[in-house]
Structures are given as C-alpha cells and as structure tokens.
Ligand binder design. Structure first.
Ligand SMILES: Nc1ncnc2c1ncn2[C@@H]1O[C@H](COP(=O)(O)OP(=O)(O)O)[C@@H](O)[C@H]1O
Ligand SMILES: [Mg+2]
Length: 344
C-alpha cells in the first residue's frame, strides 16, 4: 500500500551536503504495524517524513494506494495528508488549548458541525481512555496521557495510516507498554496501518509485524518480525537483538566453558512448533552424540515462541556434522559458537 521507490534525500546545510537517505525502496503492507529501527542519525525520521511528503525526497517516488504523491498538486496533497495521522515523541500539543480543543484541531475546515465535532471528540476520548480529562490542559497531564491526546488527535480525521516518530521514547517502560497496547488496539479494531520509528527492539517485539533496520541512510535488513528475530543476518540487526537475547552475557559465560576436542558448542534457534518436538533426546539416540543444555531462553513474539538454546555436543566429528544437518533440515537453525577441534 505504501511504496517507496528509489528514495534519495540529501540535505544542504551551510554549503555541505548531508545524504540522509542514500537510495532505498520499500513496500509497507496494509493493515500491518511496521517498525523502523536504527540508531540516532540513521535517517529514520527523514524516511518517515518522506512518506507524507513533509520532507520532499531529492529523488524517488512515494506511492500510496496507487496514488503517486509526488504528482499531486498542493490541494490534493493536503487532502491525502488528512488521511495520514502523525504522532511525535514530544507530543506537540498546544499548551494554551484544553484536551478537547487539541483533539478537535485537525477537524477545522472539515465541514463538520460543532455538535458533530463534539461527538467525534467524545468518541476519541473514550477510545484512548481519557474521558475525564476533556477539559484539562496539557500541563496537567502525565506523559502517557499527553501521548493519548496525541493519538486521539492523529485519529480525528479517520486516517488509514498513522506515522509514529519515537512515540514512546519519552515515556517510562510501563507507560510505553500501555501506549503500545493502545496502538495495537487501533491497528486491530480500526484496521489502521501503522509505521513506527524506534531505537528499541523491545518496542518492535511488543507490537510489530514487520521490521526495517536502518543504518547510515540505507535499509540493512527487512522482513517479518519472526524471521528476523529467529535468523538475523545484518550485523546491526544482531546488535539490536543482543539485548533481547542476552547475547553479550552468553558470550561472556561461554568464554569460561571448557570444550574438549571432541566437543562443539552449538546455538540452536527455532520457531513455533519446533519447540514442541523432542529433538534433544532424538539426536542423542539416533546420532549417538551427547547433548547437554548449557543455556536456553524463549521469547514469545506475535504469539509465536522463538527459542534459542545453547548446547554442547560431544561425539565423533561425523556424528556431530550429521546431527547439525538433521537439525537444519527440521528448521532448527544452527550456529557453531565454539569448536573444540579448532581450539587445540
Ligand atoms: N533538516 C535537516 N537539515 C540538515 N540535515 C538534517 C536535517 N534533518 C536531518 N538531517 C541529518 O540527516 C541525517 C538523518 O537524520 P534523521 O532522519 O533525523 O535520523 P534519525 O531519525 O534516524 O535519528 C542526520 O545526519 C541528520 O543530522
Ligand atoms: Mg529521528
């Protein structure tokens, strides 16, 4: 539904060119929540702002539902933008207006009567759980409540797409979870497509269907969250996932484990139903290897278990190789972390 084609964005700053986006293409799927992750300066905000042409790409096309936004005149672009809501890290509320007036602001010029606007505002307040704050001012609200107002305002014109720029980065972990739950509800119940930016893998893990990993103005990796979480390829993706899977701590722990020449330490990653099979007992029995579990963890992502298990395999070289082959065939992805033979 949203197609970005060969987008390049170069900023000019005091005679210097900054290449924020260095040519990238991507299709965002309708009805999904897509998370864009990257470190500061990666080009995430620029990319998000290119989607509604708040930032005009230096070259490339933005196509939403078959309409090429680059070709719209300013009036049509304004109309299209009304169907795209936006949510910001620092909420961007008007301090001098109460909650109801902030939410009603995008409905100016919509042709709705005063009564209809009031009804819409009440509906939105109900949706975001802020009925009792209708006449409060932003300064009287907590961060989480402010973001709920921001979300209600973004929904005022019944958009089919919402863009979130670090919507939870200014919030504490508990409030973050409650705001993410609200976004998920909006996605599920209203069918709104959501594109969100974050620098935290936890946010992606909580609600996203797809993920785009950005670095240095490029998309380094993209795909379904379950695929990327179980088999990350790009080094930057692995780095982002290391906090979730405790990679660094595991590596430190493995440093001190003695591996004999006939042993290998192997990481197994598996998704969904593989977790229910008795693979460990099967490999010991059928392949004549000793398998001992050193470490394991399971994350539930989109209601699917993703497991990482670190085991020590002992036995003849041939048997270990056959075991690894058997596991790979059964969609258990393996990586040899330490090979006793190579340590001699
Ligand atoms: N308006 C601007 N003028 C000049 N440079 C900018 C502007 N906005 C962003 N940049 C630069 O573009 C790069 C990408 O920025 P940004 O898209 O904000 O990244 P992110 O959101 O991932 O932190 C950075 O090097 C940033 O300094
Ligand atoms: Mg940013």
């Amino acid at each position: 539904m949203i197609q970005l084609k060969n987008i390049i964005k170069t900023y000019e700053n005091k005679g210097q060119n900054i290449e924020a986006l260095k040519e990238l293409s991507f299709d965002f799927k309708k009805g999904e929540i897509t998370g864009i992750i990257g470190y500061s300066g990666a080009g995430k905000s620029t990319l998000l702002r290119c989607i509604n042409l708040l930032e005009v790409p230096s070259s490339g096309e933005v196509i939403i539902d078959g309409i090429n936004l680059n070709k719209l005149d300013s009036k049509d672009l304004r109309e299209t933008r009304k169907k795209i809501g936006m949510i910001f890290q620092h909420f961007n509320l008007m301090r001098s207006r109460n909650v109801a007036k902030n939410i009603a602001y995008p409905l100016k010029g919509s042709g709705l009567s005063k009564k209809e606007i009031e009804e819409r505002v009440d509906e939105l307040l109900d949706l975001v759980g802020l009925k009792d704050k209708k006449y409060s001012y932003p300064s009287q609200l907590s961060g989480g409540q402010k973001q709920r107002v921001g979300i209600a305002r973004a929904l005022a014109n019944r958009p089919n797409l919402i863009l979130c720029d670090e919507a939870t980065s200014a919030l504490d972990p508990e409030t973050t979870v409650s705001i993410l739950k609200l976004l998920k509800k909006i996605n599920k119940e209203l069918g709104v497509t959501i594109v969100l930016i974050t620098h935290q893998m936890e946010v992606i893990k909580e609600i996203c269907d797809s993920i785009v990993v950005m670095e240095d103005g490029f998309i380094k990796e993209e795909g379904d969250v379950i695929d990327i979480f179980s088999r990350p390829q790009a080094p930057i993706t692995k780095r982002f996932l290391s906090s979730i899977f405790n990679t660094e701590k595991i590596n430190n722990y493995l440093e001190n484990i003695v591996v004999k020449p006939e042993e290998k330490i192997v990481k197994l990653a598996y998704v969904g139903s593989s977790t229910e099979e008795a693979y460990i007992s099967k490999i010991s029995r059928d392949y004549n290897v000793e398998a001992s579990i050193l470490f394991g963890n399971i994350e539930i992502i989109k209601e699917t278990p993703i497991g990482n298990l670190i085991i020590k395999l002992g036995g003849s070289e041939g048997n270990i190789i056959d075991t690894i082959e058997y596991l790979n065939k059964n969609r258990i992805y393996t990586e040899v972390l330490k090979d006793g033979k190579k340590l001699i």
